[in-house]
Ligand binder design. Structure first.
Ligand code: NAD
Length: 243
C-alpha cells in the first residue's frame, strides 16, 4: 500500500487532500498543530500526528515519521494580513517559520528518503505571482520562496526520480479564505459579500473553487499521470493568473 504524509490536514486544502489520498488507497499520515481537527481523520482510519511545524523538535519528529513515504503534501500554512508598512520582522519570522522553514525542512528531510516514482507537492499561492493585496505582502513573499525551493529540490531529487511540484491556488473556499475575506473587507469598509463578489468578478471562471477541487489537482501532481512533470508552479486560479 502506498503511503502519504499531508501537513495542514486538519483544515481546508490539506484536509480535502488527506481524504482524497485515502480514497485513492493511500495509507495517510495526517499532520497538524490542531489535534481536535485531526480527530475525524483518525476516526476515518488515518494515522495522525499533532505537531507544531514551527517548532524544531516537533518538526524532527514529523520528518522521522515520514521516512520513505510515496507522497508528501506540504499544505500547512499561515497568513497574517496587515498594511504593508505595519508588517514587522516578527510577523515575517512567524509566517516564514511555517510557510518556508517547515516546508524546506520536510521537503529536504523526507524527500531524501522517498522511493523512485514518489512525489512532493508544495502549496504556494497565486500571490507568489501577483501583488493585488499588499496586506498579504509577507505571506506572498513566503509563497514566492516556495516556488524557488520547489525548483531547487526538483533538481536535487530528479536523479532519484522523486518529483517536486508546487500548486498556486487562487481563491479556494477554506477557513483561511474566510479569515482573509473578513479582514480585507473590514480594512476596505466593505461587507464580506461585497468583497467576495468583487474578487470573483476578476476571475475568468467567475467563482472560487472548493478544497475538494484543489485536492484533485494535488492528486494529479502526486499521481503517475504527471510522471514527466517536476519543478513546476501550476496555477489553480480559474484563470486569474495565466502565466
Ligand atoms: N485557501 C486559499 O484560497 C489558498 C490560496 C492560495 C494558497 N493557499 C495555501 O494552501 C495551504 C492550505 O490553505 P487552507 O486554505 O487550507 O488553510 P487553512 O487555514 O484552512 O488550513 C491550514 C492548516 O494548517 C495548519 N497549520 C498552520 N500552522 C501550522 C503549524 N505551525 N504546524 C502545523 N500545522 C499548522 C492549521 O492548523 C490548518 O489546519 C496553505 O499553505 C495556504 O497558504 C490557500
Amino acid at each position: 500500500m502506498k503511503t502519504a504524509l499531508v501537513t495542514g490536514a486538519a483544515s481546508g486544502i490539506g484536509n480535502a487532500t488527506a481524504l482524497r489520498l485515502q480514497r485513492e488507497g493511500y495509507d495517510v499520515l495526517a499532520v497538524d498543530r490542531d489535534p481536535a481537527g485531526l480527530g475525524p481523520l483518525e476516526e476515518s482510519g488515518m494515522r495522525v500526528l499533532a505537531a507544531d511545524l514551527s517548532d524544531d523538535e516537533a518538526r524532527a519528529a514529523v520528518i522521522e515519521a515520514g521516512r520513505g513515504v510515496d507522497a508528501l503534501v506540504n499544505s500547512a500554512g499561515i497568513i497574517r494580513l496587515k498594511p504593508i508598512l505595519e508588517l514587522t520582522v516578527s510577523d515575517l519570522r512567524d509566517i516564514y517559520a511555517v510557510n518556508v522553514e517547515a516546508l524546506w525542512d520536510l521537503t529536504s528531510g523526507i524527500g531524501r528518503t522517498m522511493p523512485s516514482g514518489s512525489a512532493i507537492v508544495n502549496l504556494s499561492s497565486s500571490s507568489a505571482k501577483l501583488a493585488s493585496t499588499t496586506e498579504a505582502a509577507a505571506y506572498a513573499s513566503s509563497k514566492a520562496a516556495v516556488l524557488s525551493i520547489t525548483r531547487s529540490f526538483a533538481y536535487a531529487f530528479g536523479a532519484s526520480n522523486v518529483r517536486v511540484n508546487a500548486l498556486c491556488p487562487g481563491i479556494i473556499d477554506t477557513p483561511m479564505q474566510d479569515q482573509v475575506l473578513a479582514k480585507a473587507a473590514a480594512a476596505r469598509g466593505l461587507t464580506v459579500e461585497q468583497l467576495s463578489e468583487e474578487r470573483t468578478r476578476s476571475v475568468p471562471l467567475r467563482r472560487a473553487a472548493s478544497a475538494d477541487e484543489c485536492a484533485g489537482a494535488i492528486y494529479f501532481l502526486v499521481s503517475d499521470e504527471s510522471s514527466y512533470m517536476t519543478g513546476q508552479a501550476i496555477n489553480f486560479t480559474g484563470g486569474l493568473v495565466m502565466y
